[in-house]
Every structure is written in C-alpha cells, then in structure tokens.
Design a protein around this ligand. Structure first.
Ligand SMILES: [Mn+2]
Length: 452
C-alpha cells in the first residue's frame, strides 16, 4: 500500500471539489465564464504547487478571458481554499486549459456555423455535462489501483439494492482487479437475495480493528447506517460513497450520489465500464434495480434505467428467473405474515392512510423475523384510494421500525426526517421510540397536513 499516493488522491479530490465551488460561487469577475469546470487537480507531494486543469464551454475568447480572470484572482482563491481545506501549506495555483476535452472547440464551431446554433449548442452542452458527470463517475474507481485491502458494505437491514450493489462491486473488483483483497461486510442477507452470486461470501461479523485501504459504502445514506461496520469506515485510509438517497449529504472522501437514479445498482452501471461487467456482476446489478424499482414500476424508473437494464440483459443473465426469485417469491411464513398485517391494518376515516403495527410477540407467533416484512408496506399501499401506507414493527431490541410508502402526494421522506430517518419522497423509514400508537397518530396527522 502506497499511503502517500492514497493521501494525495484524497487531497486532489478535496481541492478539486473546493476549487469548483469557489470558482462557481465566489468569483465575480465577469471575465470568468459561468460554464467553467475544474476537470483535474494535481497537488505536488510537498504541497507547494498545484496544477488546476479547467475547461470552459465557449469560444476561444471566453476561454482566454476565463484563464486571465482566474490567474488574476489566484490570491483570493488561495485564501478561500486555505479556509476550507486543511493543509499545512496552501499550494500556489497554476491554472491550465484542459485540452483533452475538446468540446469547447467543437462547440465554438457549431455556434459559428449554423443559424439554429443556440438551440443546438444548448442540447450539446447538456449532453457534455452528462458526459462529464459520467467521466467523473468512472474516475471514482481510479483509487482501486492504489488500494490492496478493500471493504464493501451497505446499510443496516440490507435490502435487494444494498445486497445487489455490494455483490456487484465485489464481482467487478474480483473480475478486473484479481490481485486485490476485497470483502463484503453486511448484516445477514435475507433469504430471497441469497440466490445472487457471491452471497455466500458475505461476512456478517463486524470487521476487526485492522485499518483497510479502501472502504466502499453502497446504498447507505449516512455513516451511522453502516451500523457495526461504521468503525471500519471511520478508520479506513480512503472512503467512497455511492448512493441514490436524496438524504445522503456525502459523508465520505468521494461521493457519487444521483438522487434521480432508481437504485444504487443503476448508479453503479454508470460507474462501471460496461465492457468489464461479467454475467455475475450483471446478475447482481439487475437484482438490485428490480428490487428498488419494483420491477420497473415505481416512478424512480427512467428511460436510463431501462437502457441499462437492456445492457445487463445482453450479458446473458436469466432475467425472468431473477425477477421471480428475488422479487415475487415469498416463503410460507412471509405470505402468512403479510396476511396478518393486511388483516390487522387500519384505514383512516378518510380512507387515505393505511397503517399497521406488529409487535415482537406477534412476529414470534408467526415465526417471522424482520426480513420477512419486506414488501408488506408496498402491498398495503396497493389498497385502492390510499395515499400513504405505514408499517411499524418492533425489533429484537424493543425498538420500532417505521416504513412509509406514498403514491406521490405525500412526501414521506419529510416525515421520516422528523424522526431522524430518511429515504425518498415515495419510500422512507426511521426508528421510533416512545409511545408508539400516539406517534403513529402524529405521523398520520403529518400526512394529512400535506394532503389537505
Ligand atoms: Mn437503494
């Protein structure tokens, strides 16, 4: 392990992020184009100098102006950088026009040439922005070269997207970086996801104190949700976070968060080089996408989701089988537990909110464990006329798990956040303590407030 180079990667990333922010937000010089992006940063190991590669969308003149403006503001930018990035020395900044990205050049040709230039340019700019994002996506895995020991993990009570994304990352590393020592650490994998290749390799015991080179957090909106693997995350040399939860504020050294994506597995498809995705990796990715998109049904499903799913199908995966085994198939106990919850659910007087509370004793009587509750809150939401479903279940520690689903009119993430939880507008959760029936009433009240 070359510690220095990992540290340098981390510093470069941090400096690049901060410079992007300072340039886009704080620089008021009219010469500096609003379409400036920092494409790469190289801080010298002695921290004395820093090469800053920038690209500017526009013609030759706006590129030149931007470069002059930035060079002029170097002192100011350095001071701003010193405030936000904690380095013993703030390096001299050397701004360089990134020639590897030729889109500026291509663009200016377009603009000069045709009458409908504006419209076309805007379209192209959007595409370029998308491309840049994807390029950055790929870059997140550059640090794999420098890491030897890698831990891959996700959120507590892993769901299909969590297991799928962790195992996809595991296979991708095993296939393309066979010399690396990669482990997946998760809580117990629910029965229906054990069919995903590699599930038997998942380690459930918390990691020992040993510091790993790289920790990859997947589908997890904050470090606390890594539960028993949080300590390993905190002590890791370098940390990556790839996620699609809107509540994820970016808690790692590098963060790729696409709240618009159906699933973390969808985000991973963009992170991975498609050529290097094996059948096993594709299997895990497809499983995760169908779980979080409800087999391409939920509104989080986009045309990009479908394109990527098509790419995965072409890898030769048994896609009908995956959908049945991973999503629809239930054990006898699971079906019985769902039956109990539906039988004992309550409908609000206006018929808009359906809720159910299941105790530890009741679950024991059914022979059900927490993972057997998967899918129940979604089934409750299929009750005609409802806007929100709520399932509250007691866990072994005597705490209560809240799961919420919405048809769209209620933003359930807002409700979950009030109880220190998180998720998405249409699906969210939290842990509850205290007088549960009255908290459930309070939650129903919060939903009604949004409805009326
Ligand atoms: Mn997910």
């Amino acid at each position: 392990m070359r510690k220095n180079s990992v540290k340098n990667t981390r510093i470069n990333g941090e400096v690049r992020r901060e410079l992007s922010r300072i340039i886009s937000r704080d620089i008021k010089d009219p010469r500096v184009s609003g379409m400036t992006s920092v494409t790469d940063v190289f801080v010298s190991p002695d921290l004395k100098t820093c090469k800053v590669y920038i690209s500017v969308f526009g013609d030759e003149k706006s590129r030149e102006d931007t470069l002059n403006g930035l060079r002029n503001a170097e002192g100011y930018i350095r001071r701003a950088l010193a405030h936000t990035v904690n380095l013993r020395n703030t390096p001299e900044l050397n701004f360089i026009m990134d020639q590897s990205i030729e889109y500026g050049v291509n663009m200016s040709k377009h603009i000069d040439k045709v009458i409908e230039a504006d419209e076309k340019a805007e379209r192209q700019a959007q595409e370029n922005a998308k491309k840049l994002k994807r390029e950055e996506c790929h870059k997140i895995l550059d640090c794999l070269d420098q890491a030897q020991t890698i831990v891959i993990s996700g959120h507590t009570r892993p769901d299909g997207d969590c297991v799928g994304s962790c195992l996809a990352m595991y296979h991708y590393i095993k296939d393309n970086y066979p010399e690396k020592d990669a482990q997946v650490r998760l809580e117990e994998v629910p029965e229906s996801y054990r069919i995903i290749p590699g599930a038997k390799d998942v380690i459930c015991e918390p990691a020992d104190d040993e510091t790993v080179d790289l920790f990859i957090s997947l589908d997890c909106s904050d470090a606390q949700r890594l539960a028993s693997n949080q300590a390993c995350f905190e002590s890791a040399e370098y940390r990556i976070n790839i996620d699609h939860h809107a509540s994820d504020k970016g808690f790692a050294d590098e963060n790729i968060i696409f709240p618009g994506a159906s699933s973390t597995c969808e985000v991973l498809c963009d992170v991975f080089d498609h050529e290097k995705i094996s059948e096993e990796t594709a299997y895990a990715l497809y499983a995760g996408i169908i779980c979080d998109s409800g087999v391409f049904k939920y509104s989080c499903t986009g045309s990009h989701t479908m394109e990527l799913a098509g790419m995965l199908m072409d890898k030769g995966i048994p896609y009908t089988d995956i959908v049945d085994k991973v999503f629809y198939e239930k054990t006898y106990i699971q079906n019985k537990t769902m039956g109990w919850c539906l039988m004992n659910s309550k409908l609000s007087p206006d018929g808009k909110i359906i809720s159910c509370l299941i105790s530890r004793e009741q679950m024991a009587e059914l022979g059900a464990s927490h993972s057997d509750l998967e899918g129940i809150v979604s089934q409750m939401k299929l009750t005609k006329g409802t806007e929100m479903s709520m399932l509250v279940s007691e866990n072994a520690q005597g705490e209560y798990r809240l799961s919420l689903r919405s048809s769209g009119r209620v933003d359930v993430m807002k409700i979950a956040e009030r109880f220190d939880g998180g998720g998405h507008a249409a699906a969210a959760g939290a842990t509850l303590k205290g007088d549960i029936p009255s908290i459930m009433e309070q939650i129903a009240g919060m939903a009604s407030e949004q409805l009326y």
